[in-house]
Structures are given as C-alpha cells and as structure tokens.
Write a protein that binds this ligand. Structure first.
Ligand code: FBP
Length: 262
C-alpha cells in the first residue's frame, strides 16, 4: 500500500512547525508568549505551515476551528528530560484516538541504539501497522541515543538511523543535521523512498539558521520540522517568510535575508 504524504507538502517541500517541546523539554524553552499553545497555532495557520506537531493534550484543548486547516502530526509518544533511565519514549495516545483528535499523520520518537531498542521497535512496528491500516503516514523522529552512541551526529550513525526508519516502515524521517552537506547526501540516500525532514535545534541567529536550511536543502531533504527557531523568534512571521523562500521557493539564504530586512 502506498501512503500519501502530499498533504504535508507545498511544491513537494515540507515546512512543519514542531510544538512538542512542552513535554520533551518543559517550560524552560518558553517565554510569556510562546508558552500559550494558541500563539503557536496562530503562527502555524497564518504562516501557512504545511504541518504542525502536537501531543494529544494540547491537540485536545486547542486544535479546533480554522487551526484544522494546518495538517496535524500527532506525536503519540513522549517523555520528559527529568529522568535518567535508558532512552525510551512510550506510547501515550493510541492511533485511533490521534485520528479522532484530527491527526493526519502519526509522530513517534525512536531511540535506535538504546538498550530498550527491542521494545521500542516492537511498539513502533505495531503503530506503523495501525496507522497504515488507517491510510495515514508515520513520521519517525530517528534519534540515535544510548551508551554505545558516542557521536549522534556522525554521518554513519545518522545514515544507519535513517535506514532503520525506512526498514521499520516510517514514511517521513525527522533527523538532526550534521552540517556536512556532502556526507549528509548519504543519509538521505539511506532513507530510500522515505523522506527526510530536519530538526531545528536551539535558537540561533537568523543568518546561521537560513544558511543551515539552504545547505541542508541541497542534500535532497524534503524540508524542515522545527520549533524553537520560529516560535522563540521576536518576529516569527518574518523568519517564516525567510524560511519559505529557502525551503519552498528554493532561493538562497542571501535572497531570503532581503525579506527579513523589508
Ligand atoms: P526544535 O526545532 O525546537 O529543536 O524541535 C525539534 C525536536 O525534534 C522536537 O520535535 C523535539 O521535542 C525536540 O527536538 C527533541 O530534542 P532532544 O530530544 O534532542 O532534546
């Protein structure tokens, strides 16, 4: 069965806004504005993002009305950063419930390399099966993590993670970028017909962020699934315009910067 991901793309490119950090990192990432989920939903809607990532609790209370125009990827597992157990993120919401909450895709974090890997793979496999039976795609956060992973940005480790995502049935693989464009093409190739979107990381200056986006788009990825670099920005709609130039209109970071200065 072929699972369609076009809903999350414009001109074949994805510009997805992630807001799962409230669970993963806690309010430490937030300020007075972006602690309010509605602030992020407004950015997603008015900024024409091609997708939005939420956990079930926020979706249940905020994903209504016009916001439903932005396709939802409901991340159905999660954990805090308060524990020091082996990396594992358990299912918190069923696929069926996610669909009832309006999800057009399921999100799930896989920690390949974790001592819990067998349990993670089994749970993820079941989820892929269920989501695909409903005809909706699965986005996998492929994050290599555990005692044997010494450098999670090593190209071979990233390529292995991307490949694991393909092998386990992910349709889209969200992975970190290692700023080595030539090497990263191997990561993209390893994912086969699964598409790659890049995670953003800590907020960095605009120039740096746009340059990273231009560079990573040249490696063949489908786009971005970022949070902090947008909703921690003083002018989220301005950075969104710049991102659109680079991600969807295939312009250079230098051209996108002109939009920021307008
Ligand atoms: P950012 O763009 O804000 O980095 O978000 C990307 C993301 O993958 C989130 O979806 C997720 O909550 C977070 O990073 C996980 O990061 P980590 O596990 O490295 O703390």
């Amino acid at each position: 069965m072929s699972i369609n991901i076009n809903k999350f793309c414009k001109k074949g490119k994805a510009m997805i806004l992630a807001y799962d950090q409230g669970l993963e990192h806690g309010p430490a990432d937030f300020n007075e504005k972006n602690i309010d989920p509605e602030y992020i939903l407004d950015i997603a809607l008015e900024g024409n993002y091609t997708g939005l990532i939420l956990h079930n609790g926020v979706a249940e209370k905020y994903y209504y009305g016009p916001y439903r125009e932005v396709p939802l990827i409901l991340k159905i597992n999660g954990k805090t950063n308060l524990t020091n157990i082996n990396p594992i993120s358990r299912e918190l919401c069923s696929v069926e419930r996610a669909i009832k909450l309006g999800a057009s895709a399921i999100g799930y974090t896989v920690y390949d390399g974790s001592p819990e890997e067998p349990n993670i793979f089994k749970e993820f496999g079941d989820i892929v099966e269920q989501a695909h039976d409903y005809g909706i795609p699965v986005f996998a956060w492929m994050y290599p993590r555990g005692p044997t992973i010494h450098d999670d940005l090593d190209t071979n480790i990233l390529a292995y993670s991307a490949r694991v995502g393909l092998e386990l049935g992910a349709d889209v693989i969200k992975i970190k970028y290692n700023h080595k464009p030539e090497e990263f093409k191997w990561v993209v190739k390893s994912a086969g017909r699964a598409k790659i979107v890049i995670a953003g990381g800590e907020k960095v200056p605009d120039n740096e962020f746009l340059h990273m986006c231009e560079e990573m788009m040249s490696t063949g990825v489908m786009g971005i699934a970022v949070g902090r670099n947008v909703w921690k920005h003083d002018k989220p709609f301005t950075i969104t315009k710049g991102l659109r130039k680079v991600i969807i209109d295939e312009k250079t970071a230098a051209e996108a910067r002109k939009v920021l200065n307008e």
